[in-house]
Ligand binder design. Structure first.
Ligand SMILES: *[C@@H]1O[C@H](CO)[C@@H](O)[C@H](O)[C@H]1NC(C)=O
Ligand SMILES: *[C@@H]1O[C@H](CO)[C@@H](O)[C@H](O)[C@H]1NC(C)=O
Ligand SMILES: *[C@@H]1O[C@H](CO)[C@@H](O)[C@H](O)[C@H]1NC(C)=O
Ligand SMILES: *[C@@H]1O[C@H](CO)[C@@H](O)[C@H](O)[C@H]1NC(C)=O
Ligand SMILES: *[C@@H]1O[C@H](CO)[C@@H](O)[C@H](O)[C@H]1NC(C)=O
Ligand SMILES: *[C@@H]1O[C@H](CO)[C@@H](O)[C@H](O)[C@H]1NC(C)=O
Ligand SMILES: *[C@@H]1O[C@H](CO)[C@@H](O)[C@H](O)[C@H]1NC(C)=O
Ligand SMILES: *[C@@H]1O[C@H](CO)[C@@H](O)[C@H](O)[C@H]1NC(C)=O
Ligand SMILES: *[C@@H]1O[C@H](CO)[C@@H](O)[C@H](O)[C@H]1NC(C)=O
Length: 829
């Protein structure tokens, strides 16, 4: 999804003002470049040293650079003022409010998410009662060019020279604060100021003997109905196993209207929702006795839980115990090394920027969703299933995120699928956009269908061993396909009228659903592809009647195709449609980057009249990933299709940062012009991605963007809910994918690779186009696509031979990628 912020900037054609002065420390890039250079001579390089966690922390990338384990529930990051949904932003004009343990990465929320339990180190030279405890009083600028992070580590220094560092376990971690010489360390701990300003009451208790503060309460959603609340708790151990000594402690309250009160020696707060005047700010304030003159260093152990303060403390005890900062960091780094080494590359032969983009992307592609197994609440409280939070959102992640996980990490994928299915068990429908343990807004329908079906078609032989019952998975799919939920804005689909009319009608009497009727065009297109996902599993399980039925329904995308609409000389566009069959015209340009009407609502707003979610009809007109062959016919044949694709990019309708556009650059494959896809993907990558903090074309969307970039660099593109990969030209001369569950490794060698081709425009005469492909010595029947079962499941050697002869290479020399209407996807593998 696009953030509302970036969408506004885009529609106004603004470039954001601070992009040039971004952080982090210049030392970070020097360190990464040196590590990549050194790795050219190493056999087992430290892949964590290639990761730049700050990519996507500017330009509204909404990436959290905080310290986290792979899929960690805890992500320690500072929280900054201004537009900072993931906590940190690179913009040095924004101030630091504190450091806190809960964050999401790549959120689309303009409100921000989590940021509960901020702790802020303070200097209070005039003593306890003068400490700057409220949010406005305590926030400070950073010391420039000192922000630092690496997998499992985050550090930032305040402009008063207090350094803050953190390192995580799954649900806990250590924070380390270094104060200027001679100062007395003070800390404010905040109960009520989370990032979305959603506090709905909670408690805080100081146990001075134990040196422990327990804290927790109820908070609200970042991307969902504001009426829902979740609970979160933390446990702060202040004494570092007895090596530190508290001096003063107490509580404070404050507001923005003059209240600024401290209670020295008081140990308990119990707040309800404040009904007048915004957040009733409050928390703890404490200081330490330290040796005068030394540079005081304070270590605080933090545990987090979504169940209780007791469990938060237990998490800190079991996961951190008495380990040192260095020990926790070393464990975190080792976990990351294990994840990152699932993809190994020829570092010496790969351009350094490509290496950094790839490993930073692979890092983010294992950063979320947040593993909150054992930390469940509400209807999930007693579940025995795995549980993941920040499924943010399925509409973003089904396209590339889960297919990347499927390539190398079926165990993790299966756990997340289990969590989706458990949503159906407990709620009646699988989650669409679970965030903050709450249901978030639906974007395209029930995109979980394309996630769990992708798992099923790729791993049905191992499903049972991976803990997934396929019949149960299928029942969860059927709930989405058949059962009308009371409110389709948070789960399921507006399915009754869709079934009745063959599309989601505009302005229809729907007595079975509540829900603002918008986005009828894009919802129909997404519902149809979700039906394709159901069809794929029906085929796998031999349910012949359902295969028929859902194959038909997967073609419903055709029902919103208005063949009469013309834009820029091209004919035929999806449009929303009344229940009587008449189309309701919207200009296909509306809500595209070429629409300069900044007052038009294009997103989730109730006032979105455009018919498409965060997109134009131009952009969504390419979306039928299972039936592109028929789309080509609808558009008037191969020649017009290719011209129209060229125009789409050249005229500026393409939105690199928007999920419905992900597959479009490779659309040429379907018209038998694979070399044109190669050119387009090079252009897309080098126009929109780089290794700077502003190096993403907008919101990372729970690493949807990161996983897309990973596939582009590997020269692959996955078709969701299938086992098919489109073949492109790798940016890397040689790589190996390890699948440690299947116990296979697959090495892809790019023969005639020329690093000169790895730029925006491939220089004429440079080898970059696919001449032929062999898999374990056998020529691939097409140079446009191959299958997971024949390649990455089998393992072995893939050789992609490149040529500079673009004309000769611009043909699949064999079958086109599959489409339903030309007999594709006829059998389950
Ligand atoms: C907080 O106060 C509410 C009533 O105001 C009470 O029901 C609740 O038990 C109190 N909680 C704690 C932990 O003191
Ligand atoms: C999630 O946490 C559970 C409980 O610790 C663990 O068994 C599982 O392997 C974790 N999964 C991932 C993907 O991190
Ligand atoms: C599917 O569509 C075909 C052709 O439109 C039709 O003949 C058939 O009855 C449909 N099958 C089902 C199960 O809806
Ligand atoms: C269908 O309904 C729309 C909206 O009420 C109306 O404008 C249109 O004329 C109707 N079409 C037909 C063929 O009745
Ligand atoms: C801009 O969009 C708004 C909302 O759709 C619409 O009311 C207005 O007429 C449009 N303005 C122009 C100049 O098209
Ligand atoms: C497009 O080209 C392919 C292969 O060259 C051909 O099989 C297909 O029929 C063509 N499609 C149309 C609509 O002409
Ligand atoms: C690597 O990326 C940096 C930052 O975007 C850029 O300045 C530099 O030109 C790139 N180097 C190459 C060789 O592309
Ligand atoms: C992979 O190897 C491990 C250890 O040898 C074994 O336990 C596991 O069953 C193997 N997996 C498959 C899919 O063969
Ligand atoms: C692939 O192309 C290369 C270069 O033209 C050629 O030498 C080789 O024989 C081809 N391999 C196959 C399997 O066609």
């Amino acid at each position: 999804m696009l953030s509302s912020h970036s969408l506004a900037a885009l529609l106004l054609g603004l470039s954001l003002p601070w992009s040039t002065s971004a952080q982090p420390s210049p030392q970070l890039q020097k360190r990464i470049s040196a590590a990549i250079k050194a790795a050219a001579h190493q056999t087992n390089p430290d892949y964590t040293a290639f990761v730049n966690p700050f990519i996507g922390t500017d330009n509204d990338g909404d990436v959290c650079p905080g310290a986290s384990l792979p899929f960690g529930m805890v992500k320690f990051s500072t929280d900054l003022t201004g537009y900072a949904p993931a906590g940190y932003v690179a913009n040095p004009k924004e101030k630091i409010r504190g450091i806190s343990p809960l964050h999401d990465s790549g959120t689309g929320s303009s409100l921000g998410t989590y940021g509960n339990f901020e702790i802020m180190p303070l200097l209070c030279p005039k003593g306890f009662d003068t400490c700057t405890t409220t949010l406005a009083a305590r926030q400070r600028l950073r010391k420039l060019n000192t922000d630092d992070a690496s997998p499992g580590y985050f550090a930032q220094t305040l402009d008063n020279d207090i350094k803050m560092e953190a390192t995580p376990t799954r649900r806990a971690g250590l924070e380390r604060f270094t104060f200027p010489a001679g100062s007395k360390p003070y800390f404010v701990l905040d109960l009520a100021n989370d990032l979305p300003v959603s506090f709905a009451g909670g408690t805080l208790d100081i146990n001075p003997d134990k040196g422990r503060i327990t804290i927790g309460g109820r908070y609200g959603s970042s991307f969902g109905p504001g009426r829902f609340n979740y609970q979160a708790f933390a446990c702060y151990d202040l004494l570092n196993g007895g090596k530190q000594k508290l001096s003063e402690y107490g509580v404070w309250t404050g507001d923005t209207f003059g209240l600024d009160a401290k209670g020295l020696g008081q140990t308990h707060l119990n707040l309800t929702l404040n009904l007048i005047g915004g957040v009733y700010q409050s928390g703890a304030l404490f200081s330490y006795d330290v040796t005068p003159k030394a540079k005081p260093q304070i270590i605080i152990r933090v545990g987090v839980s979504f169940r209780s303060v007791e469990q938060a403390c237990a998490n800190a005890e079991t996961e951190v115990g008495s380990a040192t900062f260095e020990e926790i960091l070393a464990r975190a780094k080792a976990e990351w090394q294990e994840k990152l080494s699932k993809v190994e590359i020829d570092v010496a032969g790969t351009p350094a920027n490509v290496t950094e983009m790839l490993y930073s992307s692979l890092y983010r592609a294992s950063l979320t969703p947040n593993n909150a197994t054992g930390e469940t609440q509400g209807v999930f409280e007693d579940t025995s299933a795995f549980y993941f939070d920040s499924l943010y959102c399925s509409w973003d992640t089904f396209r590339t995120f889960y297919p990347l996980l499927a390539l190398h990490s079926p165990v993790e994928f299966a756990q997340i699928v289990d969590s989706y299915i458990d949503g159906w068990r407990k709620n009646g429908w699988m989650p669409e956009c679970r965030a903050n343990n709450l249901p978030g807004w639906t974007q395209g329908g029930s995109s979980a269908d394309n996630i769990v079906s992708h798992f099923a078609v790729n791993y049905h032989n191992e499903a049972e061993r991976l803990g997934i019952n396929l019949e149960e998975l299928y029942s969860a799919l059927l709930a989405d396909g058949e059962l009308n939920p009371p409110e389709w804005n948070i789960e399921g689909r507006q399915i009754n009228v869709y079934k009745q009319f063959g599309y989601v009608p505009f302005a229809v009497l729907d007595v079975s659903s509540t829900g603002r009727q918008t986005r009828e065009g894009s919802r129909t297109l997404e519902y149809a592809f979700e039906d394709f996902g159901i069809r794929q599993v029906a085929q796998l399980l031999g349910k012949a009647d359902d295969v028929q039925k859902y194959t038909n329904r997967s073609l419903f995308y055709r029902n919103v195709w208005d063949p009469t609409v013309v834009s820029d000389g091209f004919k035929g566009f999806p449009q929303k449609r009344y229940s009587n069959g008449t189309f309701a015209f919207n200009n296909p340009v509306d809500c595209s980057p070429n629409d300069h009407n900044s007052s038009r609502a294009c997103s989730l707003q109730g006032s979105n009249m455009n018919g498409f979610y965060e997109s134009s009809s131009w952009e969504y007109s390419w979306f039928a990933p299972h039936d592109t062959a028929h789309l080509i016919e609808l558009m008037g044949g191969n020649v017009t299709f290719v011209k129209r694709l060229d125009h789409f990019f050249d005229a500026g309708y393409y939105l690199a940062g928007n999920e419905p556009s992900f597959q479009t650059p490779i659309g040429y494959h379907y018209a038998n012009h694979p070399a044109k896809s190669v050119d387009r993907v090079r252009e897309v990558v080098f126009t929109n991605f780089d290794i700077t903090a502003a190096g993403l074309p907008g919101n990372d969307d729970q690493a949807a963007m990161a996983s897309l970039l990973s596939f582009h660099l590997l020269g692959l593109y996955p078709i969701p809910s299938t086992t098919q990969f489109l073949i492109l030209s790798p940016f890397i001369p040689k790589y190996t994918i390890h699948n440690s569950f299947l116990n296979v490794s697959t090495t892809v060698t790019t023969l005639n690779y020329d690093a000169k081709s790895v730029q925006k425009t491939i220089p004429p005469g440079t080898a970059a186009y696919v001449q032929n492909v062999t898999v374990n010595g056998v020529p691939s029947p097409s140079r446009c696509h191959f299958d997971f079962y024949d390649v990455f499941r089998t393992g072995g050697e893939v050789v992609i031979t490149l040529t500079a002869d673009k004309t000769a290479a611009d043909d699949c020399l064999g079958s086109l990628p599959e489409s339903i209407s030309t007999g594709g996807f006829a059998k389950a593998r």
